[in-house]
Design a protein around this ligand. Structure first.
Ligand SMILES: NC(=O)c1ccc[n+]([C@@H]2O[C@H](COP(=O)([O-])OP(=O)(O)OC[C@H]3O[C@@H](n4cnc5c(N)ncnc54)[C@H](OP(=O)(O)O)[C@@H]3O)[C@@H](O)[C@H]2O)c1
Length: 261
């Protein structure tokens, strides 16, 4: 019997890259999984990709998590189709790529990133708690996807790094307030993950990035899904407010090996 047999899971941004691996992990371990992308087209594409992996019964509904009405509609669907929710995985993220540096980026683009990653993640969490977790004896679990960039910044991604730092603080604040109510909140903070964006990288740059990792490899989506599933499982029953880094050792090194002479 799978660890998540009888559980209902929502994965935001479950329609591509790491999100697909998160959906797959929970589904293969027995859960009923709901997922969303931000648009009808991207969500439908994700649903097809999951079917191609042999996964049936995934409920896919588009939901821009920065739009309160769409979040409500998604939770209406979960209520109608399952009547409960046990695990929320806040994976959706605006990567804030291509905004330029802090001197030239438009301030509105900064807000777009926070509106999805921070306010959107909060809104979905609040709704999960109020509409489901607080009404269920077994309560519920929240796992956020943070990033090691919350601790060690990357260039020309000011808004994204800011949003992930805010998520880490939000995880601790939510954990504190929700612990007495029996709701756990944790985060996984990945480093490099192999997504479709890696397929367009110059192989020399990909090799250089791998050299940056003490373990010499970026994470697969499945590696991240393993950590998230652990945090969502009863094996982590005594953990809340934690940010678990999964970055091939990047955060523990001062300098990559080739310049550490
Ligand atoms: N990739 C990495 O190396 C890396 C490293 C550290 C942390 N992370 C974190 O790990 C998670 C997964 O990363 P990833 O690279 O797999 O993500 P990704 O490829 O950038 O995909 C982002 C996902 O979020 C969805 N999304 C974006 N804005 C949304 C909105 N307003 N409403 C609903 N969904 C929205 C996207 O849907 P659409 O397809 O509709 O756009 C997509 O499914 C993210 O939280 C990311 O910040 C990633």
């Amino acid at each position: 019997m799978g660890r998540f047999e009888g559980k209902v899971v929502l994965v935001t941004g479950g329609n591509r890259n790491t999100g697909l691996d998160l959906v797959e992990r929970f589904a293969r371990e027995g859960a009923k999984v709901f997922m969303c992308g931000s648009s009808a087209a991207s969500t439908a594409k994700g649903a097809d990709a999951l079917k191609a992996r042999g996964l049936e019964g995934i409920v896919a509904q588009p939901c821009d998590i920065s739009d309160p009405a769409q979040v409500t509609a998604l939770f209406d669907t979960i209520a109608r189709e399952s009547g409960r929710l046990d695990i929320l995985v806040n994976n959706a993220a605006n990567q804030g790529i291509g905004h330029g540096g802090p001197l030239e980026m438009e301030a509105d683009r900064f807000w777009d990133v926070l509106k999805t990653n921070v306010v959107g993640g909060f809104r979905v969490t609040q709704m999960a708690c109020n509409r489901f977790f607080m009404k269920q004896e077994s309560r519920g679990v929240v796992v956020f996807l943070s990033s090691n960039t919350a601790q060690r910044a990357i260039r020309k991604r000011t808004a994204y790094c800011t949003s992930k730092g805010a998520i880490n603080s939000m995880v601790r604040a939510l954990a504190l307030d929700l612990a007495p109510l029996g709701i756990r909140v944790n985060a996984c903070a990945p480093g490099y993950i192999h997504t479709e964006r890696w397929n367009t990288l110059d192989p020399k740059l990909a090799a250089r990035r791998r050299l940056n990792c003490p373990l010499r490899k970026e994470a697969a989506g499945a590696d991240i899904a393993g950590v998230v599933a652990f945090l969502a499982s009863d094996d982590a029953a005594n953990m809340t407010g934690e940010i678990v880094t999964c970055d091939a050792g990047c955060s523990c090194q001062h300098m990559p090996e080739d310049v550490d002479v």
